[in-house]
Design a protein around this ligand. Structure first.
Ligand SMILES: Nc1ncnc2c1ncn2[C@@H]1O[C@H](COP(=O)(O)OP(=O)(O)O)[C@@H](O)[C@H]1O
Ligand SMILES: [Mg+2]
Length: 268
């Protein structure tokens, strides 16, 4: 089956279809060490392997415009990495390159010590795109079954999930859809989660809830998230990376954000 462009976002749904029809994908999933971890052991095993992914030397052009010239970003299980940058600097492009829905001119991607051309092939990477993830005709209950086997009990304890279980995504408000998509990605079976603007369209109280969930989950997972609600992003991130002029910069404090032109300098 040919999957390209935005269709890649729906990969988990195609995966379910394939599994239902006896495809070997299920065997792949069961072989993944993450799913086979005994529930009481993950931290002991983390100490030995410290799951990590990194992407290095990312170079991408759209036509004759170089969007990313030499970018490196990494994420370990147990940490939250905030990715900041002005509009159009290439944040979404970078996340798509890591996930595998954009093929750049060059990149070197390693997940758990293995090189991948497309991150989703690791079966250990979930990506929330800036736009919608779940097709409108899918019900919340189906989406939970597709993406969240390991954490399904925790999801079903949440009121927002329980009350909409039998509802299709197209019948939800924009904000309800977004909140549920963020929850589905955070509580997915993957070890690593990429969230592109998870706080946008959401009420402040919901943003606080998402931050709480990330803090709960990060003992078992690594997150990279981008958002223009930079205060919320800084609150939840263990470290912050700024994309600027096609390169990545480590951000240590607010002054660094001013220095690199992300925040305006205070007027005298
Ligand atoms: N499919 C595309 N074709 C051509 N240019 C694109 C495409 N997608 C994004 N761009 C351009 O690449 C730049 C980076 O886009 P994007 O990664 O979406 O930025 P960000 O997420 O940081 O706001 C922008 O200037 C945008 O116009
Ligand atoms: Mg973007």
């Amino acid at each position: 089956m040919l999957l390209s462009g935005n269709l890649l976002y729906f990969l988990p749904f195609y995966s379910l279809f394939l599994q239902k029809h006896g495809n070997r994908l299920q065997v792949h999933l069961e072989k993944s060490y993450f799913l086979r971890l005994p529930k009481f052991l993950p931290h002991a095993i983390d100490d030995l392997f410290m799951p990590e992914f990194f992407v290095d030397s990312v170079n991408h052009w759209f036509g004759d415009r170089e969007i990313l010239s030499n970018v490196y970003i990494n994420c370990k299980s147990g940490e939250v990495v905030g990715l900041l940058g002005r509009n159009g600097c290439g944040k979404s492009t970078l996340l798509k390159i890591i996930f595998g829905s954009i093929i750049p001119k060059f990149k070197y991607l390693k997940i758990d010590e293995k090189i991948y051309q497309k991150g989703y092939l690791s079966k250990n990477l979930t990506y929330l795109p800036q736009n919608n993830l779940v097709p409108g005709h899918i019900s919340v209950s189906t989406a939970v079954d597709l993406l969240c086997k390991r954490y399904k009990p925790q999801l079903l304890e949440m009121e927002i999930v329980r009350k909409f279980l039998q509802v299709k995504f197209r019948e939800l408000s924009g904000g309800e859809q977004r909140y549920l998509e963020v929850l589905l990605c955070m509580y997915s079976d993957s070890r690593f989660v990429l969230l592109d603007e998870p706080f946008s369209q959401l009420a402040p109280i919901v943003v606080e809830e998402i931050k709480w969930h990330i803090n709960q989950l990060k003992t078992d997972k690594g997150f990279i998230l981008t958002d223009h609600n930079f205060q919320s992003l800084l609150d939840v991130a263990d470290r912050t990376v700024l994309l600027h002029n096609g390169c990545n910069y480590t951000i240590r404090n607010r002054e660094d954000l001013i220095l690199h032109g992300y925040l305006p300098a205070a007027k005298d």
